[in-house]
Design a protein around this ligand. Structure first.
Ligand SMILES: NC(=O)c1ccc[n+]([C@@H]2O[C@H](COP(=O)([O-])OP(=O)(O)OC[C@H]3O[C@@H](n4cnc5c(N)ncnc54)[C@H](O)[C@@H]3O)[C@@H](O)[C@H]2O)c1
Length: 430
């Protein structure tokens, strides 16, 4: 039987993984990207993403079996494909408005190559209604084909987690919504075969779009609740972690972990897909503010112990937005650096995932965590709890330096026995 051809539009962390997984599950894949270096790497059998476990091996395998190739010519790739999967980002701008620059241009290229009978599936996280009203209408206009009958159109959100993408693609049910019944049937059949996963059909593209954003909002709001509880627990002299662990033995209580901030390109961004489209007032908007305020709350706690931070040497552990990933989007470290510098502190940052050159390109002072580099540090802030930090010898810091545990990740007694002082978000000693 002839293999079907799939065009994957956008070969980033997610798109490249999808392309490689489809290509090793009996599909011919043409990956499309505007970045020539990415295309060149894929055509040489190399993954330009080197921090996603299993991906380089999978790209090589797909290349060796000649089932994956890449191009910058999206229209031509689409014209040769029976399935098109779109996974280029939709972002927010500095005013938190939705920015469609990349995906509009991808849609334009798809529309020009679209032929009868093709199934187009958007996977990028979207505001509700966009698959049908923004992209479907544009594809109809450009191709002169009718959605739902001449071509099929579906939405299926990408729900994977960095570091476990390949596993998650098989593990999580694939939510799929179509603009009509036929679109749903074709898209669902594709995912069952290409990902070998469970498919969860929903009534419409709008339901599927809504489900993904709701998932992110749920986490953001629950983290905000934990953060609000942490601030109050601190005021009460209660250790939130211990209290929440106790609360959560009741099956209806799921108090999340409090922390110094919420980063990444999902949770702090997608709530604005609801907020900017009608949910301006309420818990979702408030949660965004609560979570973004945690950095300044952390600094206020540090100042309480330390006094003025002017001329203090402050070391932040973690440039990445969270532990064990290499991603700086909306990292709380950016908020911390801005606020610390405005207080006159000297800030350095350590992150084992970035080399000196990368630190230079971000304009951030790198601290290599050597005894020489940390000898004058007054305050250490744990922002991203990378696994490498488990091995740090805290004895090398000056006695009485303050360790502020922004992730409630360390044991107070371990830090104190190294001669440092310890504080944490929601970490009052009960
Ligand atoms: N990264 C994650 O952890 C994650 C998790 C869940 C969902 N998602 C969803 O996946 C989307 C993509 O994420 P990512 O991490 O792969 O992004 P990314 O930034 O790593 O990659 C995006 C790729 O798209 C390419 N691109 C931009 N415009 C294009 C165009 N017009 N035509 C073709 N290619 C184009 C870029 O060159 C880049 O290679 C996100 O926007 C989000 O909706 C991501």
């Amino acid at each position: 039987m002839n293999k079907q051809t799939v065009a994957v539009i956008g070969l980033g962390k997610i798109g490249l993984t999808l392309a490689a997984v489809y290509a090793t599950n009996n599909y011919n894949v043409i990956g499309c990207d505007v970045n020539k270096d990415v295309v060149q790497a894929v055509n040489a059998g190399k993954s330009h993403i080197d921090n996603e476990p299993g991906l380089p091996e999978l790209v090589k395998k797909a290349h060796d079996t000649q089932t994956l190739r890449a191009t910058t010519n999206t229209s031509e790739a689409v014209s040769k494909s029976s399935i098109v999967v779109v996974i280029v980002p939709v972002l927010i701008d500095s005013s938190n408005d939705v920015s469609y620059t990349y995906i509009d241009s991808a849609t334009e290229a798809i529309g020009k190559g679209l032929k009868k009978g093709t199934t187009v599936i958007y996977e990028t996280t979207l505001p509700t209604g966009d698959t049908r009203e923004r992209f479907g209408r544009k594809l109809e206009e450009l191709s002169q084909l009718k959605m739902g009958s001449d071509f099929y159109l579906a939405y299926s959100p990408e729900r994977v987690y960095s570091n476990t993408i390949i596993r998650d693609l098989k593990l999580y049910p694939k939510i799929v919504g179509g603009v009509n019944e036929d679109s749903l049937i074709y898209a669902s059949a594709f995912y069952r075969a290409a990902l070998q996963c469970e498919v969860l059909p929903v009534e419409s593209t709008e339901t599927a779009e809504f489900a993904k954003v709701a998932e992110c909002v749920y986490r953001d709001v629950n983290i905000a609740l934990a953060n609000e509880l942490a601030v109050y627990a601190d005021a009460c002299g209660v250790n939130l972690k211990e209290a929440a662990n106790a609360s959560n033995t009741q099956p209806f209580s799921h108090i999340h972990a409090a922390g110094i901030g919420v980063g990444g390109h999902c949770i702090p961004i997608y709530p604005y897909f609801f907020i900017s489209r009608g949910l301006q007032n309420g818990i979702i908007q408030e949660s965004r503010k609560t979570n973004d305020n945690m950095a300044s709350y952390a600094l206020s706690r540090i100042e309480k112990q330390q006094g003025s931070l002017k001329d203090s040497q402050v070391l932040i552990l973690g440039l990445s937005y969270r532990e064990n990933v290499k991603e700086t989007e909306k990292s709380t470290t950016w908020l911390l650096i801005d606020q610390l510098e405005s207080k006159g502190a000297n800030v350095s940052v350590n992150d084992p995932h970035y080399d000196a050159q990368e630190f230079l390109s971000y304009g951030v002072k790198n601290n290599d965590l050597s005894p020489e580099a940390v000898k004058d540090v007054d305050v250490i802030i744990l922002q991203a709890n990378h696994q490498e930090y488990k091995k740090v010898n805290f004895n090398m810091f000056q006695k009485d330096a303050l360790f502020f545990d922004g992730r409630n990740a360390f044991h107070r007694d371990d830090i104190i026995s190294a001669g440092l002082r310890y504080d944490a978000i929601g970490g009052a000693k009960s």
